[in-house]
Design a binder for this molecule. Structure first.
Ligand code: AMP
Length: 282
């Protein structure tokens, strides 16, 4: 069914809606987002619609996962455009609560996963993954969804959510979806809208050099050498800074220099004041 999508603002409205669906025997999939939707998000919606009878997209710019007030203030918000993108897909509801719904007065709980969040993004964005784990646990509790759809684009986030779900016996199944990219390889991201034309032209160097490094490692180049070459090439292409460029075990995200079990190349780098992250299998 396509048309106008109900936008639910309160947990009560959401629960009422979900109760009706469940009573009718429907399965529910949830796609958690921060809005400013693009093809990456829409691919998660389509995956959810393939597997589930009902699909809710949540749009909430979660203040607890931003380590910088400027980043939070500058995060793109475009609810009307988001609703227009979702309408043709026939999503069953958008849940777009205000912060007072998610964190009402007296709210005092934080979910902290140990280990995985202490590396990579966690080192550069203190508290970020506590905010992510807390809001995802809440969204799972609010929606009671059977399945939740996450992008591999945020690989470390995906592993944090999987760890939390396993550790807390949360009955929601976490489904991972591949990263959607622009024609030149740049991963789709809400933050790409902030790139100037000049920075946008440079940005594709990140996935390009990561792909080159992965190929070199597979061909036998020592891992530290391949990582150093990729970092140098990204800087030479015009990036201002590389926060990290690391090879890690795919699930634990522990540093590795071995390719005999699943490994992931993860990077974060800044161009024109915009911080981009990416990751690929090696
Ligand atoms: P965000 O709105 O950036 O918090 O992202 C919401 C969800 O969409 C997360 O699970 C992301 O991993 C996923 N996502 C973001 N960008 C992409 C992309 N380019 N391809 C696939 N999934 C994505």
């Amino acid at each position: 069914m396509t048309g106008v999508i109900p936008i639910l603002r309160t947990v009560t409205e959401l629960r009422d809606r979900v109760r009706g669906w469940k009573r009718a025997g429907a399965t529910l999939g949830v796609v958690p987002t921060m809005g400013a939707l693009h093809d990456g998000h829409l691919s998660l919606v389509r995956a959810a619609q393939r597997d589930c009878d009902r699909v809710v997209v949540t749009i909430f710019v979660n203040p607890r996962q931003f380590d910088s007030p400027d980043d939070l203030a500058g995060y793109p918000r475009s609810e009307a455009a988001d609703a227009a993108l979702l309408a043709p897909l026939g999503v069953d509801a958008v849940f777009a609560p205000g912060a007072d719904q998610v964190y009402p007065k007296g709210f005092a709980t934080s979910v902290r996963v140990a280990g995985i969040p202490e590396r990579l993004e966690g080192l550069h964005r203190p508290g970020h993954f506590d905010g992510v784990a807390t809001v995802v646990a809440k969204l799972f509790g609010m929606t009671q969804a059977e399945r939740a759809y996450f992008g591999e684009k945020d690989w470390q986030q995906l592993q944090v959510v999987r760890r939390m779900v396993a550790d807390l016996d949360i009955p929601t199944e976490v489904v991972a979806c591949p990263t959607i990219r622009e024609a030149d390889g740049l991963a789709r991201s809400s933050r790409n809208a902030r790139l100037t034309a000049e920075a946008r032209a440079v940005a594709a160097a990140l996935p390009r050099e990561m792909t080159r490094a992965a190929r070199a490692m597979r061909a036998g180049m020592p891992v530290p050498q391949a990582l150093a070459a990729a970092t140098a090439a990204v800087l030479a292409a015009g990036f201002d800074r590389v926060d990290y460029m690391e090879l890690c075990e795919a699930q634990t995200l522990l540093w590795t220099d071995r390719l005999d079990s699943p490994a992931r190349l993860l990077a974060a780098a800044r161009v024109g004041g915009v911080r981009l992250i990416d990751n690929i299998a090696v």
